[in-house]
Design a protein around this ligand. Structure first.
Ligand code: PAF
Length: 281
């Protein structure tokens, strides 16, 4: 596996791959890699000649400076994990000026309204920051296929919209959520949880499974009450729980037979913000 720490050498590498007509599969990351990330590269490996990873903690997508500061940075360990996976041909670890040569400004995008729901409302500017870095990475990596985890389902929808509005010839693939044995969705943020907190956080997945059982049997307002009661009982800080239309990401108060729905949840465990979601049958 080749490791590139600057834009110039990385772009030369990409050009040489393109000259050889190799198809490129790409999954960007912010590091602190776990099995969920590796599953993106497993998927990429199946359908592309070469697989590229990137590691860059993107400042413009953090609306909370403390969250940015506390974001785990484990580059040596990440390189080892990628190397051991034997799935990745090259990893790009750019410097800030490689991504933001003209200063660290986020662009503004109109994603058709989905950017204002859920995480967009909770974290103003977040999706503009994600769009800015992913657009720049796409322009440098020039992938044919790009892979994003469904844990950040709203982000996945935003990226699909991004390639559409920028008219980029890149196919976006969503990859199923990878979970710990107790059901907790894998996330780089889980590193900041104690063993006891990790165990307690399994209630998030357990609750989503209950919601799936209640869905179409119990009304949505009643499901929301039940979820709130579970987290009150466990004395855990539920930031939000809602059921939304999978296409518009708008919150649903009742369901229609012809639409797909997904439950979304955010819980704060001792200042660690955990997000999860589940498609509802
Ligand atoms: O999901 C992430 O890790 C980040 O939002 C991404 C897509 C790498 C952009 O910084």
């Amino acid at each position: 596996m080749q490791v590139f720490y600057n834009r110039t050498s990385f772009l030369q590498y990409i050009d040489s791959q393109k000259e050889q007509h190799k198809t490129i599969g790409f999954a960007p990351t912010m590091g602190a890699l776990h099995a969920g990330h590796i599953s993106l590269y497993e998927e990429a490996k199946k359908h592309n000649d070469i697989v590229i990873s990137s590691i860059f903690v993107n400042p413009t997508q953090f609306n909370n400076p403390e969250d940015l500061e506390k974001y785990p940075r484990t580059v040596d360990d990440d390189i080892e994990k990628l190397e051991n996976s034997k799935l990745v041909d090259a990893v790009y670890i750019p410097q800030v000026q490689d991504i933001y040569p003209d200063g660290m400004e986020r662009k503004h995008y109109e994603f058709g309204g989905i950017e204002n729901e859920m995480e967009g409302a909770a974290r103003p500017g977040h999706f503009d920051g994600v769009g800015t870095v992913v657009e720049e990475l796409f322009r440098q990596v020039k992938p044919d296929n790009a892979y994003f985890g469904e844990k950040d389902f709203q982000q996945l929808k935003i990226i699909e919209k991004l390639v559409e509005i920028l008219n980029l010839d890149i196919k976006i693939h969503g990859v199923k959520i990878h979970r710990e044995n107790n059901g907790l969705a894998m996330s780089s943020r889980n590193m900041r949880l104690s063993a006891a907190e990790k165990e307690a956080s399994s209630v998030i997945y357990q609750t989503l499974k209950k919601v799936d059982d209640w869905f179409r049997v119990v009304s949505i307002p009643e499901i929301k009450n039940r979820v709130q009661e579970i987290f009150d009982r466990d004395d855990m800080a539920l930031e939000y729980f809602l059921i939304a239309d999978e296409d518009t990401l708008r919150e649903a108060d009742f369901f229609s037979e012809d639409k797909n729905y997904r439950a979304f949840i955010v819980v704060n465990v001792d200042q660690v913000r955990l997000i999860d979601n589940m498609h509802l049958k």
